[in-house]
Unconditional design. Structure first.
Length: 121
């Protein structure tokens, strides 16, 4: 994980190890990639596919609590993983103060996300 897009990298990793059957979807023949498709995660979480893609790509870093709740439920995250996802959206944000050049980088969530193991690893 590069530290800049912790949430997106974690969501992608979890999506890839979550089987469609785990999310209540039928397996649809041959899949090109393992796990759920982005469109499936978005639909199950009640967000647009474009919004979910922006989360994974790091172009959106401020999801609401409602969106995080839906993603936690959709990806079947345990309490530890949920806490780390939530902390990555807080500590991964850049705090700005008045005046140019006053930003801080990602916080301690990076180490915590590395500890979370996906099912099947």
């Amino acid at each position: 994980m590069d530290g800049y897009n912790l949430l997106g990298e974690f969501l992608r990793a979890r999506r890839q190890v979550t089987a469609p059957e785990q999310a209540g979807l039928p397996r649809s023949g041959r899949c090109r990639t393992p796990g759920l498709r982005r469109e499936e995660v978005a639909r199950l979480a009640g967000v647009s596919t474009d919004y979910y893609i922006r989360l994974e790509q790091g172009r959106e870093r401020h999801p609401s609590d409602r969106v995080l709740d839906a993603l936690v439920r959709t990806l079947d995250l345990g309490p530890e993983a949920e806490e780390l996802v939530r902390s990555s959206t807080i500590s991964g944000r850049y705090e700005t103060t008045p005046g140019p050049g006053s930003r801080t980088g990602p916080g301690p969530a990076r180490a915590g996300l590395r500890r979370v193991r996906c099912d099947g690893e």
